[in-house]
Design a protein around this ligand. Sequence first.
Ligand SMILES: Cc1ncc(COP(=O)(O)O)c(C=O)c1O
Length: 469
Amino acid sequence: MEDRWSRSELDLHLDIDAARGLRAGLEQALRDAVRRGRLAPGTSLPSSRVLARDLGVARGTVTQAYDQLVAEGYLIAAPRSGIKVAVRPSAPPAEPATLARSYRPPVQGVDLRPGQPDLAMFPRREWLAATRHVMQTAPNSVFGYGDQTGRIELREALAGYVGRACGVVAAPDQIIVCAGYTHAFRLVCQALLLRGATAVAVEDPSLPDYAAIARHTGLQVDAIPVDGAGLIVDRLGSQGGVAVTPAHQFPLGVTMSPARRADLLKWAHQAKALVIEDDYDGEFRYDRQPVGALQGLAPEQVVYVGTASKTIAPGLRMAWLVAPPALMRPLAEVTKMDETYVSVVDQLVFARLIETGELDRHLRRCRAHYRRRRDRLDAAVARDLPSAHLSGIAAGLQAVLHLAGGAEPDLLAHLDRHGVAVDGLAQYYHNPDGIPPGLVIGYSTPPEHAYATALSTLIPALRSWLDQP
Ligand SMILES: Cc1ncc(COP(=O)(O)O)c(C=O)c1O
């Protein structure tokens, strides 16, 4: 910033309480801005001449305020570089930032927490080529405020892609481009409320973030247990919708059985409810053909959501929601009030990747890459941890390691001491009572060069835990 803006150009917003008097008001506004962290240590302030002109006050007022704050230690007057915000060791810590849902600060050591693909796999070359194409061909009008449901070019490309690759029945006007599943789920919850729903069901276990989003929208959340065949449909009641991960349950990794799928759709039909199908990693199925989307069986009952967070990168914030025509009106109502958009440039680039077949080629590369990693983890567990059992490995980027006994918090602390970060299974349970210890291992997270070390740290650490008397 400092290199790019001369000090005289620096735009400084100050809320001056004129009732205090100009000088005192200016002093207080600067003090507050430094205290609250709005002006970071090291920030250069405008010269007194420029600030006086911008504020329409006498230059002396500004110099006196600056002098006072230099005396108080908030600012420093550096020779030749003017006035800067001081580094104050006693400054109160900045208010904790509201973390984005899935953002988790990096950890020291081995990171095998689930949630991220191998970010080194980002198709940079293909993305660059597609961006060049878009920049050379897109008319200027593209850069205006776009259609809130997403660029038509992308919705058309997605309609073809989800039909071909996932068995989803979709016309472009049933698709809404969203900033991640998280955004899509929020929109659907809001639309359910408009339809008169008061409750939504989620799987137990599942990511707690989604229950929190639904609650925040104003819906009651009912957690429905999952067994080896998927969500236990009999436990559903009169909820207006249920969010499921049928292709690869998160975090357990089970695939919903054909009988359960049929039961679930029957329930949705009878309860006049909607199934929200979270297809977060359906592209990565290793040992057989991908399981077709539930949506393809009952397009009137299912809202399908796909995301690029696992296939490309979560930072893209790119997802697509396919809604039954009956939900389009409430969804249109809620999108009208929503200001979350995916950049139109990224939308067009992504559409280009789909149209040119680059997305499919990328997915094939990734599938082989992650399959190798899964096989290495599977082999290491089978060889060195015979009493443990790895499940959920048919698809996706995470697996669950089940251990015979012991307390999960102790195990996590033990792994932490060995420099390994993984997730405990219990944190995903709405009702964790009686859950045997388990670890959710995200084998896509480390970069390729670090994967061997990750396994050779994890496995002996687990061995030593299991070998404890
Ligand atoms: C169960 C589940 N659903 C959806 C997502 C994707 O969320 P988003 O598209 O908001 O990044 C994830 C990513 O971690 C996930 O684990």
